[in-house]
Design a protein around this ligand. Structure first.
Ligand code: FES
Length: 134
């Protein structure tokens, strides 16, 4: 059962792979999906569509337990404030094992104040992932 720890809050959430209900924000079982399932606020202004950087996190351990970055994530993540080694987009990084991530300081105060998405109800629909039998 993968465990995700969000710093600096030091909140850890454990889930059974393949059993997490999907809430249509980001990739299923992404860091963002885990956060939403457990009621932990991780900003996601674009609704998990790899179109902003508000879900930016920095991986502190367990990078090997996250999905590989695709070109879209790399291109977007490189535009994030405070981009650094270990930077990932929470909506794109799918969890396969234990991982510890830190929410960058620029986004932390907003979260600690209990902010909701800056887009409110105007969040666009998520990208549709399709599975093709090739
Ligand atoms: S929520 Fe916008 S890129 Fe992740």
């Amino acid at each position: 059962m993968p465990k995700v720890t969000f710093l600096p809050a030091n909140e850890t959430f454990e889930f059974e792979s393949g059993k997490l209900p999907y809430h249509e924000h980001g990739k299923p079982e992404s860091l963002l999906d885990v956060a939403i399932n457990f009621g932990f606020h991780l900003e996601h202004a674009c609704g998990g569509n790899c179109a902003c950087t508000t879900c930016h996190v920095v991986v502190k351990s367990g990078a090997e337990n996250l999905s590989e970055e695709d070109d879209d994530e790399i291109d977007r993540c490189e535009t994030a404030a405070d981009y650094q080694v270990g930077s990932r987009l929470g909506c794109q990084a799918v969890v396969t094992g234990d991982v510890v991530v830190e929410i960058p300081a620029w986004n932390r105060n907003y979260i600690s104040e209990g902010g909701a998405s800056i887009l409110g109800d105007a969040i666009p629909p998520p990208k549709i992932r399709s599975i093709s039998a090739e």
